[in-house]
Ligand binder design. Sequence first.
Ligand code: CUA
Length: 658
Amino acid sequence: MMRQIFKLFGIAIAISAIVSCQPGGANGKSSSSSKKSAAEKAYVAPGEYDEYYGFLSGGFSGQVYTYGFPSARLLKIIPVFSQDPQSGYGYSEETKPMLQTSYGFIPWDDLHHPDISQTNGELDGRWIFANGNNTPRIARIDLQDFETQEIIEIPNSAGNHNSAFVTENTEYVVAGTRFGVPIPQKDMPIKDYKGNFKASMTFLSVDEDSGEMDIAFQIRLPGYNYDLAHPGRDKSHGWMFFTTYNTEEAHTLLEVNASKFDKDFITAINWKKAEEYVKEGKGTIEKTRYAHNKYDSQTHTATTEWKDEVLVLDPTELPGIVYFVPSAKSPHGVDVDPTGEYIVSNGKLSANLVVHSFSKIKEAVDNEEFVDEAYGIPILDFDNTLAGIVEQPGIGPLHTEFDERGNAYSTFFISSEIVKWDVKTQEVLDRIDVYYSPGHLSIPGGNSRKPDGKYLLSMNKITKDRYLPVGPEMNQPGQLIDISGDKMEMILDFPMIGEPHYASMIHADKIKDKSRKIYRLASENDHPMVVKSGKDVDITRDGKNVHVKMGMIRSHFNPDNIEGIKVGDKVHFHLTNTEQDFDIPHGFAVMGANNSEILVVPGQTKTLTWEPKEPGIYPFYCTDFCSALHQEMQGYIRVSPEDSDIELSWSLNKNIDG
Ligand code: CUA
């Protein structure tokens, strides 16, 4: 080995002992930076606002959770990849197309890494991009509406884990593959994986004004496993870095068979170079099939567009796009400091943190200093790209974020701590115990040129004794740490929802004033079934399909009595909330509907479809406590046998003539 840098657990246990010898790392110490108690630091008085928004991924819950910090108050659940009965997302007819894929309707995914759009390397608060890990998809959430507006499926990918990371002017959102698979997919023996499976790194362009995504190109790579990614910034803008493991190309018992080599790679992609090739018309168009789902805020309706081709760049034919940088064994996170010079590779099986220098990588590339190649892709020299080593900071490094003062903060899963170190000197400055086993951490702007290093959120994986027991599964703990002083200080411990992987945090000023209050009925509702006034209320029959255009306003539905529905009909309730007042939603639920309720916000139109199966009288009601007479906001539907000759009729405040 070139240096004594890749030490395993045996040696590292000594560090563990040192760590546990520091009593009260988390509790009982007051910060030198302030005389305020931890409780005062996290306290936001009733009626006051938090200073930051935090968007926490829900992991296997498939959603994004909006919290205010430092209070850790849950402000809103944003449904993304999972159906949400609270809002009706994925249940209403207008939003069902959002969850369409080439595998059919999928009401769930595993959402890992939300990333906020950037302008000039700073968070701009316009959109959040997030990945569906299981059935590869990228979503875009609009931060004016706090709603998912677009989901695009990623073809030729499997395990969309190293996603969704944005470049510093949101030129691209990057979606990397985790698994190597046959591309195109085919039936073949698993044992023939090595050399035959492939991987794709997908670059999605983002329209500057609308945010709309499109697959610009894919780069075809060897079928290693790829874990996480981060964009270069400032001096390294134009590059993207991916951690690469299982360079052994093992297909079974990876915990052993993918841990054999001394080192794995950081895959460095020069996307500006790739862009040049695309402009020159290089690359191959490959046939494939994927769904592109878009929600239109004007019609309040999502549509699915089917796409059937993708542009593929092969780096063995197009030199200068891809390089392999040997790095710490089995790396998890790869993180780029605010200057773009330092690239931290968090080798899970290494006792040290490896810091690469972008200038040195660039120099080695320019001078073609390659030590080898793999599948036609040049491999750089480890020593030639090294900025330094953080010697034995802890055990099991996973992720690193940065403040604006030249400090880095790394999570250590095995030794359950966060370690602060100096990016330039790689000297360890401070450490704090977290409970237990942190994965990602987040600092507002910590993945940008302009971090705002006041708080750090540690997202821990294991809870154990932190809260009152609630059966075999405990919610995972989030711990907020004040990092404004020399010493880190834990100020809050709160249970999170699902499994937060990454969280993207941003100063509230960048979002709060542009948040939508209502949809203006006059100008912001082009839904074909809208009810703008009582005149628009209508029920029409089209064979077995019955369309009900219904209005909702405090505290009644119009109409609230409906007759002439028959068994075998498909009833579409097109509901418009005609309120034009902020925060007055109405809900709608009908007995026996194989669906959820749907919530309609002021000025919006949404549709719930119901297929009644037996004759009878079916009540419906408003699900949201909208007014003092909310409980009176209800109605009846008469369902008659299939062969009945009862005419379709409806009313409000008068009898239907029978
Ligand atoms: Cu409308 Cu309750």
